[in-house]
Design a protein around this ligand. Structure first.
Ligand code: ADP
Ligand code: GN1
Ligand code: MG
Length: 361
């Protein structure tokens, strides 16, 4: 990961009229997140502009999407201050602050009385996550997609991700290629699946919808008493996409027996109880609107999103760790191996996964 420059956070806070203690917060791989110990509390985030080259576009999307969702929550008699992210403008009325060197900082209301999970200890948590992401998708079903900027082009275009891996292999910027021959072989062998979703989209059998695109379990906040999903966060990648991306990516992370960077691969497997729990919650919200092909590809989407994430970790390792935050030397390689172990297990379980999905359609 590129070394992050140090900023005078106290000074950044004054741009939002806040003067308080601040500490690093959360387990995201992309942005720098800080908790502001005010009352009520706030979240300050430095947007990763290495990943999101156009922070203005990201923030315009987030502002429009959260305003849209806010109205839906109000109509349903919910709590808009807690059930969606709320952007706090700067004291000059901008939706984020631009530092003189181009760095971008945003402020959100802190979602109080909530918890986040990196591993789901119980399958019910997955049902609540499925409901939360399904509901989010439903609330955006009438959002005008043409208003959205594509914040990362080809984000879930798996064949493009394979190309990016091939470029990483060619460039070998880290000089690590010799040490990852087995992983590269696995990645190239399994590329046989890579175009299943994109081909179906091109054929018109899988529609373009407004999707979240980063449906990791820790991108939902759960109520600290009931465990029900309260708020879907991390909206940087809300863009036109496929519902299969949201389904598959949530399972990649949420239905694993282990954390995404577990190195003891004997322990890593795809948990069908967690899969079923998520499918139940998600399909209860959106199942009625799926096309035949979307329904058919649900199980494979879990394999594909896991594969795609694995090859992204591997490409980043070969490129010298410039994209994902890492906390140890071979972190991205550990993550890639972990995802590939999961892919192998998902592949064996596809027929059973198809049977489970049928129950909830
Ligand atoms: P990243 O893109 O780096 O994953 P996120 O937006 O997901 O950044 O934030 C990282 C973590 O910070 C989240 O997983 C969550 O635990 C916490 N977090 C972010 N925004 C809020 C918020 N508004 N209220 C409470 N916690 C939050
Ligand atoms: C990143 O931002 P975060 O940590 O929620 C990444 C996802 C990956 C995920 C892997 C913008 O998600 O695409 O699936 O790491 N987000 C971006 O854990 O690249
Ligand atoms: Mg996140």
């Amino acid at each position: 990961m590129m070394e992050s420059k140090q900023y005078d956070l106290k000074d950044i806070l004054t741009k939002f009229n806040i003067d308080t203690k601040i500490e690093l917060y959360g387990n995201g791989h992309i942005n720098d997140t800080y908790l502001c110990e005010t009352s009520p509390r706030f979240i300050l985030q430095k947007i990763n502009t290495n990943v999101f080259k156009d922070p203005a576009a990201v923030m315009e999307n987030i502002y429009n999407v959260t305003c849209h969702v806010r109205e839906k929550i109000k109509e349903a008699g919910g709590e808009p201050d807690r059930e969606t992210l709320n952007v706090i403008p700067t004291k000059t009325g901008e939706i984020y602050y631009t530092h003189p060197d181009g760095a971008a900082f945003r402020m959100y209301k802190f979602v109080e009385r909530s918890v986040s999970y990196d591993v789901a200890e119980r399958p019910e948590i997955l049902t609540y996550a499925g409901e939360a992401f399904g509901k989010f998708q439903r609330m955006l079903s009438d959002f005008p997609a043409e208003k959205l900027h594509e914040t990362i082009v080809d984000f879930h275009n798996t064949p493009m991700r394979v190309k990016q891996l091939q470029e990483a292999i060619k460039g070998n910027l880290s000089g690590r290629l010799d040490s990852v021959k087995d992983e590269v072989k696995f990645a190239l062998d399994y590329s046989k699946y890579s175009s299943e979703i994109t081909d179906a989209m091109e054929m018109g059998d899988v529609p373009l919808r407004v999707t979240h695109n980063d449906t990791k379990l820790n991108n939902v906040l759960f109520d600290d008493k009931t465990d029900k999903g309260v708020c879907v966060i991390d909206l940087d990648t809300v863009m036109p996409g496929s519902l299969l991306y949201d389904f598959g990516d949530a399972l990649r992370f949420g239905a694993s027996s282990c954390a995404e960077d577990e190195t003891d691969l004997e322990k890593v497997y795809f948990d069908l109880d967690k899969y079923e729990a998520f499918a139940k919650g998600f399909l209860c919200e959106v199942g009625a609107n799926l096309t035949k092909k979307e329904a058919e590809l649900l199980p494979l989407s879990a394999l594909l999103m896991t594969y795609e994430c694995g090859i992204r970790f591997l490409a980043d390792y070969i490129n010298g760790d410039t994209y994902f935050k890492i906390h140890r030397e071979h972190h991205n390689l550990d993550r890639a191996r972990n995802q590939f172990a999961l892919v192998e297990d998902i592949e064996k379980k596809l027929p059973e996964m198809a049977r489970i999905v049928q129950k909830y359609m």
